[in-house]
Ligand binder design. Structure first.
Ligand code: DCC
Length: 146
């Protein structure tokens, strides 16, 4: 619902990995409004959750959000391309401490911190839906990492 290109109702987030960081952009419009002209905080929170979750890829650890805090520092205007950045601050066993920012130019519009928990890929098999083929073996070597 945030970045999936197969979903025409996605929020239009695009991301890529550079070294151990996730960088990206998003351009919100009237579909994502809270107050007129301003992005809904829930849309920003969804973007933050997904952005922080993308850090699982360079970490090579499958995981899920256990808890997340989003601080809203400045109003997010619709119709502006905002920059996204996220990284892993600390790994403590299965606990993955993620941080990220949504910025409009030099202004940090929102910052986020989350605890993700490293899970086995089998965590998602309980839904009965097929997993993406490229998830097979994901994180198999993660436990041997520092
Ligand atoms: C190509 C790929 C693309 C991938 C790109 C993906 C992008 C999308 C990202 C979206 C991410 C999501 O929205 S994920 C969807 C939303 N999240 C969920 O559905 C998660 C639902 N919750 C759970 O399934 C479970 O509660 C888990 C897995 C989080 C934890 O259960 P568990 O495995 O049994 O582990 P458990 O023993 O309870 O907890 C392990 C340790 O974490 C701590 N812990 C657990 N929960 C919390 C918590 N809320 N706050 C503080 N601490 C916590 C425990 O105290 C414990 O610490 P200690 O005693 O060891 O010290």
């Amino acid at each position: 619902m945030v970045c999936g290109t197969a979903n025409s109702a996605n929020l239009g987030v695009t991301v890529h990995v550079e070294d151990d960081r996730v960088l990206g952009t998003v351009l919100l419009d009237t579909r994502h409004a809270g107050a007129p002209g301003f992005a809904h905080g829930g849309a920003l929170a969804a973007i933050m959750d997904d952005l922080l979750g993308q850090v699982l890829i360079p970490l090579d650890r499958p995981g899920v959000t256990a808890t997340m805090t989003v601080d809203f520092h400045a109003p997010a205007l619709l119709g502006r391309t905002m920059d996204l950045e996220a990284w892993c601050e600390r790994v403590d066993g299965r606990k993955l401490h993620m941080r990220g920012e949504i910025r409009d130019g030099e202004t940090v519009v929102a910052s986020g911190s989350a605890l993700f928990i490293h899970v086995d890929v089998s965590h998602w098999e309980t839904s009965g839906h097929a997993l993406p083929p490229h998830w097979a073996g994901w994180g198999a070597t993660a436990d041997s990492k520092p």
